[in-house]
Design a protein around this ligand. Structure first.
Ligand code: DHB
Length: 387
């Protein structure tokens, strides 16, 4: 097969890029070793920034406006007291609760309806000749080897990217954290109208939502924790303890449908381009989940890439690709800081000192009592403008 752009990775970043390219008349092939069903049923984040929603809606993918929920703020809870951060008042913006799995479903549907060449459930993907004439080989569902030649190849293949390793001479930046998240999907009504980010003496907890009857919650745990050691009762006890306060707030409980321990780290690889290979999303950068920036960064990369590729392939402007790393990383590093800041402000390290605990409370207090402080959070959470 010959195509203009071979996209390795059919998650939201790869599919959005394929869709945006299609809208400008550029054809692509999307490959992923997972099946569409696996991606659809793997729970990920649930918050879209204002401009992520704009990007999807402008591209004709607008179910989020009907099935998503606009959130005009969050609740920051510490010392057993909730403080509302009003995004509309502070930043003139909102975010949307809309699960990543739905973003995937919408984009997959749009590409399928347009007759796109989508190859899920393939194996042994091999990317070569990325400097001169990229080739992608893979074993198809039919068991045969296939080869795709392309003008450009995109590595949108997630945190365990194979494409990333082809950027020779790249620099990698890491930061590890001494904690992880225990994530649960529960069958229960909403406990509050908006998301609650809680700092407690036992550690962080986040109360998020999915539907009227399904909720998503997380609590900070040790990275070595085994989900099988956690009964429903033990999970609810942990969550209730972390949310407890003078206002007698209680979470509405129900059966735990899914439980998993989620990894936690910060990572950036630069440059995000090598010859005719360009990276997008988690393949080039990972953020800790606090603040839900990962998916939004991936979508922002896809948008920048669509623009750069159109300039390169349609307008014959080869320099467009050269600016991609710089443009993408400007946002990535802001998000790295935001995610790191939200994380360290709300989590509790095992070996923390009393000084650090009191300092942490001082930081939270200065945030909720200062319009400038709260505005920084509101702007970062709802997302920096795409231009
Ligand atoms: C969700 C996940 C996050 O990391 C976050 O900051 C907010 C919401 C979620 O899955 O709903």
């Amino acid at each position: 097969t010959r195509t203009q752009v071979a996209i390795v990775g059919g998650g939201p970043a790869g599919l959005l890029l394929s869709h945006l390219l299609h809208l400008t008349g550029i054809d692509s092939v999307v490959l992923d070793n997972r099946t569409a069903h696996t991606i659809e049923t793997t729970h990920r984040a649930g918050i879209l920034e204002r401009d992520s929603v704009r990007l999807l809606v402008d591209a004709g993918v607008d179910r989020v406006l009907r099935d998503g929920h606009r959130h005009e703020g969050i609740s920051l809870r510490f010392g057993g007291v909730s403080h509302r951060i009003d995004f509309e008042d502070l930043a003139g913006a909102s975010c949307w609760l809309y699960p990543q799995t739905d973003v995937f479903v919408d984009l997959h549907r749009a590409r399928t309806a347009a007759g796109a060449d989508l190859r899920y459930g393939i194996s042994d993907t091999e990317v070569t000749d990325v400097v001169d004439a990229p080739r992608v080989r893979h074993t198809g569902a039919d068991g045969h080897r296939h080869e795709i030649t392309a003008d450009l190849v995109i590595g949108a293949d997630g945190s365990r990217s194979i494409c990333r390793t082809l950027v020779s001479g790249a620099t990698q930046y890491f930061r590890e954290y001494p904690y992880a998240w225990f994530g649960v999907l529960v069958e229960a009504p909403r406990s509050a109208p908006e998301l609650i980010y809680t700092r407690s003496p036992q550690g962080f907890a986040l109360i998020s939502q999915r539907t009227a009857s399904i909720q998503r919650m997380y609590f900070q745990c040790d990275p070595t924790e085994n989900p099988r050691d956690w009964s429903d009762d033990r999970i609810w006890n942990e969550l209730q303890t972390r949310l407890a306060g003078d206002d007698d707030f209680r979470l509405l409980e129900g059966p735990v449908l899914e439980r998993a321990v989620l990894p936690f780290r910060s990572f950036v690889q630069t440059p995000m381009r090598h010859g005719r290979l360009l990276l997008a999303g988690d393949a080039a950068h990972t953020v800790p989940p606090t603040g839900a920036k990962g998916l939004n960064l991936a979508l922002a990369d896809a948008r920048l890439l669509a623009d750069a590729i159109e300039h390169a392939l349609v307008k014959n402007d080869a320099t467009a690709l050269e600016h991609y790393t710089t443009r993408a990383l400007a946002r990535v590093w802001k998000a790295q800081h935001f995610s790191y800041w939200m994380t360290t402000m709300l989590h509790r390290a095992e070996d923390t000192s009393e000084f650090d605990e009191l300092r942490q409370l001082g930081e939270l207090d200065s945030l909720v009592t200062s319009r400038a402080g709260a505005t920084y959070l509101a702007e970062g959470y709802t997302g920096w403008p795409t231009r």
